[in-house]
Design a protein around this ligand. Structure first.
Ligand code: ZN
Ligand code: ZN
Length: 291
């Protein structure tokens, strides 16, 4: 598999001089399975726009485009109406998501493209689009990749995905709050182990864990309960899950490149001081990893 990052930001796109290094687009990743001409995309933040343009330039590369959506908060679907393959009859696009309050995803794409919010509705899509519901605890297979999902500690119905192929694995876990006891201030490993059991099991031994690190620990105290994580809790979680690599992801829109450098170095230092057996790297647009 090859993992490619197209958008790294939480909440809202932040283009500009101060965000060139890590990028300003909201979440989107691509996993190239290397077989069966199937594209696998996770989340449709604004990063998906450029990816869509790349795919339409080479329309014969893929027989099918699969989009998995973690949830329908704005930052994870903002790019969907700007995904060029949807407007091209050459493409087959399957969009996977959970069902929310009994509604399938087509209901929400419909809503997103209502005339109050967008000039054209989804009937304009020329691609062969199918909306598919993910079933709890049921794996799917796409392009030779086995994909499982689990609900995260975020708004109800938010999913994390684990993609396995040939003994290699990537977990995409954003948006997620690593739970720990508020009274402790600084998260403790034991507490993280006790309060995140199901999610730790889901990530167990993965090669790459792409995890929500929206805040530095210093900025986190008044954000507890918002469904996002700080860098130190994420590092403890990754270590407890025995992940090999932690990829920092879903940065706060308030953080410029300098602040993300700080977030990264602080995380690295914490890992070194505490002898945690994980490697840590910051996500940036264009990051490509071969597994
Ligand atoms: Zn988000
Ligand atoms: Zn969210």
């Amino acid at each position: 598999m090859v993992l490619k990052i197209w958008g790294t930001r939480g909440s809202v796109p932040v283009p500009g001089e101060g965000t060139k290094k890590y990028g300003g687009n909201t979440p989107c990743i691509e996993v190239i399975s290397g077989s069966d001409e199937e594209a696998i995309i996770v989340d449709a933040g604004t990063g998906i726009r450029e990816l869509g343009n790349k795919i339409t330039e080479n329309p014969n590369d893929f027989k099918r485009i699969n989009i998995l959506l973690s949830h329908t908060h704005w930052d994870h679907i903002q790019g969907m109406p700007f995904f060029a393959p949807l407007y091209n009859e050459k493409f087959v696009v399957d969009i996977y998501s959970y069902s929310y309050n009994g509604y399938g995803l087509d209901h929400f794409i419909d809503a997103q493209m209502r005339p109050e919010f967008f000039p054209v509705n989804k009937a304009i899509f020329k691609a062969n689009v199918t909306y598919k519901k993910l079933i709890k605890n049921e794996d799917i297979q796409l392009g030779g990749v086995q994909i499982s999902s689990v609900a995260t500690h975020h708004s109800r119905g938010t999913l994390a995905f684990r993609l396995n192929k040939n003994g290699k694995s990537i977990v995409y876990m954003t948006d997620n709050e690593v739970l720990y006891n508020e009274e402790n201030g600084q998260p403790k490993l034991e507490d993280v182990l006790n309060r995140n059991k199901e999610l730790l099991k889901f990530c167990s031994g993965c090669d790459y864990l792409i995890h929500d690190t929206m805040y530095k620990l210093d900025d986190f105290s008044d954000k507890m309960g918002w469904g996002h994580s700080n860098n130190i809790a994420a590092a403890l979680f990754a270590s407890a899950a025995k992940a090999k690599n932690l990829i920092l992801f879903h940065y706060s829109p308030e953080y410029n490149d300098e602040k993300i450098d700080e977030l990264f170095h602080e995380t690295e230092k914490f890992i070194a001081v505490n002898n945690l057996d994980i490697n840590c790297l910051p996500s940036h647009e264009g990051l490509e990893i071969k597994l």
